[in-house]
Design a protein around this ligand. Structure first.
Ligand code: SAM
Length: 454
């Protein structure tokens, strides 16, 4: 099968493979890049991404180095007419971010229609983080701050097997397969480093199965259509032999009896039963529940079933922006938590302008020039403003430097701004450990090796 761009993206984009088109900071578009299908009656045929930044035929995005900036096509791909259609269909306002951002496969392109187009996009390799922010939501999903912590706590690492349910929108699935990936298996039995994902909603199961295939993850993620409360976690009657478990279900306590080492009480005595857990390793489990009542029930059942080191954690992820507050520069400091490298670039540019205007002003005034100085005082630093409006006779002015000689860009208090409050409570994470199972023989063997044994 195809190699997943999530795991081994290589250096360049590939045809028939997933890429993320970065339109703007908050607008990422996942796209399976399709080759042009050739020409039909003077029309070039192929898939085109039409955005408000211009049109991007897939052919211009294939075989590009990851991270490349790609300019919009100068050929009119007829996006306007179609954009109108899309808006009519989906009621997207004309000026909305990414309006008309849609992939139109097999669309015919009239040749030679030139249009002034200066937009560009960046083409990024898919990562679980980017996928989480751009994936088609079919359910609530687990976000990066939660899943990075969860994967660390359940000790997901290359070669481990993870049981996950429900699959939902596959956000956690993509993060977990990267965590356990240790190469493509040569055979089914050789497949260590695998995710066993269970979903009972037929539609979501189908979509997950398609997505896993399209993303080159088929050998590494086994999606099963299953109600895990009733039917547990075996795959074709066999144990996944999992060391890690993640349950994002409305009632995790109903699934827990199937995750024990020994036969659950409600399974008939004569019915054969296999544990889905790896017996010769400690198993780490996490459940993800939004309500404390769910946590209480889960913990109660965990205790009954022999889970240990039970602990609940809530990840309260808060973004903290650290910046210099520059007074009087008309800086957009009130942008708060959204200050980004883009804003920093803008700010540096602005400071340069202010500095050069200020220099010009002082050269003129100190050089004895009378006449109104042509300085936009709204742009001037506070130190300069407090000197009064520049007017005739101003011959001396404080230079826009601090007493320590610091340049304007060095001035300003170093401040940090946190998001005003945690935006949303995501979920409570309950962690637990099922110790390794010891047979009588193992116990005897270990005891015989004990330095002061027998
Ligand atoms: N963790 C997923 C993600 O990151 O995209 C989201 C999971 S979503 C919140 C919960 C999923 O559990 C739903 O898709 C639901 O259909 C599924 N589910 C609920 N009860 C289930 C059951 N008894 N067996 C299997 N799946 C179940």
């Amino acid at each position: 099968g195809a190699i997943s761009p999530f795991l081994e993206p290589g250096n360049r984009t590939n045809a028939n493979s997933l890429a993320i088109v970065h339109l703007s900071r908050d607008n990422l578009l996942p796209v399976i890049l399709q080759e042009s299908k050739g020409e039909v009656d003077g029309y070039a045929e192929g898939s085109v991404i039409n955005t408000r930044f211009g049109s991007f035929p897939h052919t211009t995005l294939i075989n590009q180095p990851w991270g490349a900036q790609v300019r919009a096509s100068i050929v009119d791909t007829g996006s306007r007419g179609r954009k109108k259609k899309v808006q009519e269909q989906d009621n997207i306002p004309d000026d909305s971010e990414g309006a008309g951002s849609t992939t139109t496969p097999g669309q015919a392109t009239p040749k030679g229609l030139e249009t002034a187009s200066s937009g560009f996009v960046h083409i990024l390799p898919p990562t679980p983080e980017v996928w989480t922010t751009s994936l088609p939501h079919r359910t609530q999903v687990v976000y990066t701050p939660d899943y990075s912590y969860i994967l660390h706590r359940i000790r997901a690492r290359p070669g481990m097997r993870i049981i996950e349910s429900g699959s939902g929108s596959g956000s956690f699935t993509h993060a977990s397969v990267r965590a356990v990936y240790n190469g493509y298996p040569k055979s089914e039995s050789d497949a260590r480093g695998k995710v066993y994902s269970f979903e009972f909603n037929e539609d979501r199961y189908q979509k997950m199965a398609e997505e896993v295939e399209a993303h080159g993850l088929k050998e590494l993620v086994k999606v099963s259509h299953r109600d895990v409360y009733s039917n547990g976690f075996l795959v074709d009657g066999k144990s996944p032999e999992a060391e890690c478990v993640f349950l994002d279900l409305p009632a995790p306590w109903k699934a827990l009896p199937h995750l024990s080492r020994s036969k659950p009480a409600d399974v008939k005595q004569d019915t054969p039963w296999v544990s889905p857990l790896r017996s010769d390793r400690t198993v780490h489990l996490c459940t993800f529940s939004p309500c404390i009542e769910q946590v209480t029930k889960t913990v109660e059942v965990m205790r009954q079933l022999g889970w240990m080191q039970i602990e609940m954690v809530e990840v309260c992820h808060k973004r903290i922006n650290v910046m210099r507050e520059r007074v009087g520069l008309n800086m957009p400091t009130d942008r708060g938590s959204n200050l980004s490298p883009y804003d920093v670039g803008e700010a540096v540019q602005r400071l340069r302008e202010v500095e050069s205007k200020s220099k010009e002003f002082h050269e003129r005034t100190q050089g004895g020039e009378t006449g109104d100085a042509d300085v936009d005082m709204d742009d001037a630093p506070e130190a300069q403003k407090s000197n009064g409006t520049p007017s005739k006779g101003v011959s001396e002015s404080k230079a826009p430097v601090s007493s320590s000689g610091a340049k304007p860009f060095m001035m300003g208090r170093l401040i940090h701004r946190t998001e005003p409050e945690i935006k949303t409570h995501t979920s409570y994470l309950v962690f637990a450990v099922m110790p390794q199972e010891w047979t009588e023989e193992q116990e005897a063997a270990a005891f015989s090796q004990w330095p002061c044994g027998q």
